[in-house]
Design a protein around this ligand. Structure first.
Ligand SMILES: NC(=O)C1=CN([C@@H]2O[C@H](COP(=O)(O)OP(=O)(O)OC[C@H]3O[C@@H](n4cnc5c(N)ncnc54)[C@H](OP(=O)(O)O)[C@@H]3O)[C@@H](O)[C@H]2O)C=CC1
Ligand SMILES: O=C1O[C@H](COP(=O)(O)O)[C@@H](O)[C@H](O)[C@H]1O
Length: 478
């Protein structure tokens, strides 16, 4: 078992996974539960209960878990997974305020077993991998059926889709839970590359001393995807790229880049506070100057899309962070579906050097952090071209994080689940942070929202988006 320094795992835990047969639970959460188990990041005494609407028995649900874990890529030698899966229980009938289904009975049995074995009452974790429309009803149910007290509750995204719906949901949730019990997931914050951002900055004077407007000309947070949306068209028609990615993931990553130094990096509240506080300095987006939306050609022909749909499948924005550190430095955020490539990169574009070479450098230095997969740090630097002449070449030095001695990257969901178990809230969004994010984003949900420009599938999005990073280009392409 591995505790976060200063943050022990509880002696015993029971995790209830709501929506246990759904897509997210099957593809992400169940494999991540096995990952934390394999890595020794769960207490000795732990159990999982799946809760969903489907009519299954324990045996059939265990088959489902085994298949999810196998498909999640645990590897051929994951033979001991059977031991925990054999203890998994299933509670059918769903769970709402009015009808708790089979859960109370199953939970009583499992808590008793785990508690007896551990000699202490287990911590109860509720993981809500259910459609957002069910968040409020399940939370009220936790209160009404006596399952809220002392528990931790994980909410999937989106926790609200506008400032108003966020406030309404948060009001409902807070009638039952305190802020300290609430863990709002943004899985981008669990990525190794995103977590390395502040360590890179605060542990290395080389970067820490330059992490402001005196050295950084612009910040790019670029997440192009080549994915299609055909299999998620209902969700996509209601959401679009900006709401799905910008106000959620990319704003949080921007907060991670832009935050002021936390008082104590080992204190989750202090880290969380620093990141979420800077969101309050995000200026409201200006749709006329700073936003380009796009829709890929052919989107409206997808079965399920409205023939006159104005849903955005691409969004690029120029965000301004009104703090002393970042005043005047554009944060350029871009994402879209069916683009030329799939990548996830944060780039700090540095100002030209002072001194004798200032006029000669036409390729800017960059600090790049790849936040996909296990993460990578890349330094775009200029060196003397080896040879007899004094000429210059730009190159990239790459550090893959899984090559770091002792490094064994965790997937984002495994990392965040471990944090829930230890009660570390540093990588979870707060109500104040989300309020600030939705406030900055609100102009994109009003009458001034731009009409999406059409772009060719497989491209870098609408041509208009090329202007946003001027005088530079999007570092990943076009
Ligand atoms: N899928 C993904 O890639 C991602 C999903 N998310 C978020 O994860 C959450 C789940 O999404 P996803 O897995 O795709 O959705 P799914 O529809 O695939 O799964 C949700 C499951 O929850 C069940 N459910 C609904 N209400 C209840 C209830 N009251 N009690 C117990 N179970 C219930 C549903 O049953 P039934 O079908 O019978 O209603 C369904 O099995 C959403 O908040 C989504 O926004 C976030 C990021 C990515
Ligand atoms: O939440 C979401 O994230 C994915 C990208 O996630 P990643 O695991 O590939 O980093 C995105 O494709 C999806 O539209 C969005 O809902």
């Amino acid at each position: 078992m591995t505790d976060t320094p200063g943050r022990p795992l509880p002696d015993a835990v029971v995790i209830v996974l709501y929506g246990a047969t759904g897509d997210l639970a099957s593809r992400m959460v169940l494999p991540a539960l096995d990952e934390v188990r394999r890595r020794g990041l769960v207490p000795e005494h732990w159990a999982v209960i799946g809760c969903s609407t489907e009519d299954l028995d324990d045996a059939r649900f265990r088959d489902h878990v085994a298949e999810a874990v196998r498909a999640g890529g645990a590897g051929e030698d994951n033979t001991d997974a059977g031991a925990w899966i054999e203890r998994v229980r299933y509670a059918g009938g769903g769970f709402t305020e009015d009808d708790a289904g089979e859960l109370p009975q199953v939970l009583t049995e499992v808590s008793q077993q785990v508690g007896d074995a551990a000699g202490t009452e287990p911590l109860l974790v509720h993981f809500l991998a259910v459609p957002p429309g069910a968040f409020a009803s399940i939370t009220r149910g936790l209160g009404r059926h006596g399952l809220a007290e002392g528990s931790r509750v994980v909410f999937e995204k989106p926790y609200g889709t506008s400032l108003e719906s966020f406030e309404e949901l948060d009001r409902d949730v807070k009638e039952v839970l305190s802020e300290e019990q609430i863990f709002r997931i943004d899985h981008f914050l669990g990525k190794e590359g995103v977590q390395t951002l502040y360590v890179l900055r605060f542990a290395n004077q080389l970067f820490g001393s330059e992490w402001d407007r005196s050295s950084v000309e612009q910040v790019q947070i670029d997440v192009p995807e080549d994915l299609d949306v055909t299999n998620r068209i209902r969700f996509y028609e209601e959401t679009g790229a900006a709401l799905d990615m910008i106000v959620t993931h990319l704003f949080q990553v921007a907060g991670q880049v832009a935050m002021e130094p936390p008082a104590d990096l080992r204190d989750p509240d202090s880290v969380n506070d620093a990141r979420e506080r800077v969101l309050q300095a995000f200026r409201q987006l200006d749709p006329a100057q700073d936003v380009v939306l796009g829709q890929f050609e052919g989107y409206r022909q997808i079965d399920g899309a409205a023939p006159d749909s104005t849903t955005d499948t691409f969004a690029a924005v120029r965000l301004w962070v009104d703090t002393e550190r970042w005043r005047g430095v554009p944060f350029l955020l871009r994402t879209g579906k069916r683009m030329a490539t799939k990548a996830q990169r944060v780039t700090l574009v540095l100002r030209p050097p002072f001194g004798p070479l200032a006029e000669e450098m036409d390729v800017p230095n960059t600090v790049q952090i790849d936040i996909s997969g296990d993460g990578e740090v890349r330094l775009g630097i200029t060196v003397k071209t080896p040879g007899p002449e004094l000429t210059y070449s730009s190159g990239t030095a790459v550090l893959e994080l899984d090559d770091v001695p002792g490094g064994e990257p965790l997937s984002p969901y495994a990392s965040l689940i471990h944090d829930v178990l230890t009660g570390d809230r540093s990588l979870f969004t707060t109500a104040d942070g989300l309020r600030a994010a939705f406030t900055a984003f609100a102009p994109l949900q009003g009458k001034d929202r731009p009409v999406p420009a059409v772009y060719a599938p497989g491209s870098w999005g609408p041509a208009e988006a090329r202007e946003l990073p001027a005088p530079h280009r999007w570092m990943l392409g076009e």
